[in-house]
Design a protein around this ligand. Structure first.
Ligand code: UDX
Length: 454
């Protein structure tokens, strides 16, 4: 008997063209594909994921006339995002229209867009397609953005300039202080608040999906559920549910060979994600602190991440000798494999949300050195809510670097943090297992699409 082919309904994904956003969006695509949907990824011209063998089941489209790498370099991250939303609205409508024309009116079950790609919302509405917002950061950072979108910019600017106020807890966001709020180093406060206001203005989207889990952020998730008019689905961490290799840079796997030769839990792994920049002075303090700590280290230094240097040329010759004895430097690492490695004892991180989830997911305690945006929120939670991180604030000196590396990898305090991290890892694993809170949330979201369109 001929088997009847069941046509998969399509989900259109619209990621922000940046590593920390593309990665969770592709993981979400994998997870939804496993639930029986067909996936089309609509990308900008900049930072496109290749339709490699890992995504052979996905379809890819490019938004014509969207901005390019040179626009990103000329404008900077924040103005780039604001402009991207202006230029993409009409061309994304064209894209959707073409998809509907080719595939049929009943083909698209939902447009799932990164909260910062809010141009997707009016386009979906024009074709009466359901849409859902995907937040790739924490629920707490989402709450903060919502709060910031309503502040009076002038008086908030005055508060933020006052050192005493900066250290105070922000009303209603305990334990976050004013200085932990996700304001940005990528542009002026007015622009970041404009971006947040647009992002949290969920007018016609029918759901919010968050790459987090209730065991990490139950009160922020409950607050969002109360304040938003639509269902909130915490479905993370997606890297455990549906790992999807989507590195935009080439991973140097030779560091795994090097890790294989190190003692268990001895190595401090250092990486500041895909966007953070580090001043030469801070880099040198880190180098000497690492040197004095006597611990082995694996350090990711992205080319161009130290302004004024191509790569590592500002490191002193003596330090380069030490690297040969006790360290390893790469341009980009296979981070999840590194964090999973038994030799890794701690993670020095900028605390991007993906790095935070990946570290907790492997039970690895952290040294938190946030740079901008949501990283400060995550760092504060790592230190004072989950208590698995050492938060470094203010100017960095080699003594602090040395002592914090030892606190994490040698001292009793580090062992306690690791126990708590492993406890959280187990809770996260339980939440994505069948019947767990995140797994059920994902199931509910998928079912809601099936019901709406049946
Ligand atoms: C950005 C923001 O800076 C971050 O605060 C926000 O939460 C998401 O968007 P990014 O700075 O790149 O992201 O940090 P992060 O969220 O940690 O994402 C980095 C990703 O790159 C991780 O998935 C990590 O595994 C990967 N990575 C990083 C590598 O694969 N190799 C590396 O060497 C470094």
């Amino acid at each position: 008997m001929e088997e009847k082919q069941v046509k998969r309904r399509r989900i259109v994904l619209v990621p922000v063209p940046a590593q920390g956003h593309v990665t969770p969006m592709m993981q979400l695509g994998k997870a939804l594909h496993l639930k029986g949907f067909s996936i089309t990824v609509v990308q900008t011209q900049y930072n496109r994921v290749s339709s490699s063998k890992d995504f052979s089941d996905f379809h890819f489209r490019t938004i014509p006339g969207s901005l390019t790498e040179s626009d990103f370099k000329n404008l900077g991250a924040l103005p780039f995002l604001l402009k991207l939303n202006q230029v993409c609205e009409a061309s994304f409508k064209q894209c959707l229209s073409q998809l509907l024309h080719e595939q049929g009116d009943d083909d698209i079950a939902c447009v799932v867009y990164d909260e910062y790609m809010y141009f997707s919302q009016p386009a979906a509405m024009e074709f009466q397609l359901p849409s859902a917002v995907f937040s790739t950061t924490s629920a707490t950072a989402f709450v903060c953005r919502s709060v910031l979108s309503k502040v009076n910019v002038e008086s908030f600017l005055i508060d933020m300039k006052d050192p005493e106020t900066q250290d105070k807890v922000f009303p209603g966001l305990d334990p976050l202080r004013y200085k932990d709020l996700p304001t940005s180093a990528f542009g002026p406060l007015e622009s970041i608040i404009k971006l947040y206001s647009n992002a949290v203005n969920i007018q016609t989207a029918s759901a919010v999906i968050i790459n987090s889990a209730s065991c990490l952020e139950s009160s922020s998730l409950a607050r969002l559920q109360r304040e938003l008019q639509v269902p909130v689905y915490p479905i993370g961490p997606l890297h455990i549910t549906a790992s999807a290799p989507s590195s935009l840079l080439e991973e140097d796997r030779s560091c795994v060979e090097w890790l294989n030769k190190q003692k268990a839990r001895s190595v401090i792994y250092i990486s500041l994600g895909s966007l953070a920049l580090m001043q030469t002075k801070e880099m040198l303090e880190m180098a000497w602190g690492l040197s004095n700590s006597n611990q082995p280290f694996l350090w990711v230094i992205r080319p161009g991440s130290v302004p004024g240097s191509e790569w590592t040329e500002s490191l002193p010759v003596e330090f380069s000798k030490l690297v040969l004895e006790r360290g390893y430097i790469v341009k980009w690492a296979p981070q999840m494999e590194v964090l999973r490695h038994p030799a890794v004892g701690g993670f020095w991180s900028h605390c991007g949300w993906n790095s935070t989830l990946e570290s907790i997911g492997e039970g690895v305690p952290m040294i938190c050195r946030p740079f901008t945006g949501d990283q400060r929120v995550n760092a504060r939670y790592l230190e004072s809510v989950w208590r698995i991180g050492v938060l470094l604030e203010g100017e960095l000196d080699k003594g602090t670097v040395e002592s914090s590396v030892k606190r994490l990898t040698v001292d009793e305090e580090g062992a306690d943090m690791r126990k708590r991290a492993i406890d959280l890892k187990e809770k996260l694993e339980a939440s994505v297992r069948s019947g767990g809170s995140s797994s059920s949330s994902l199931e509910d979201f998928a079912n809601s699409l099936k019901m709406k369109n049946s």
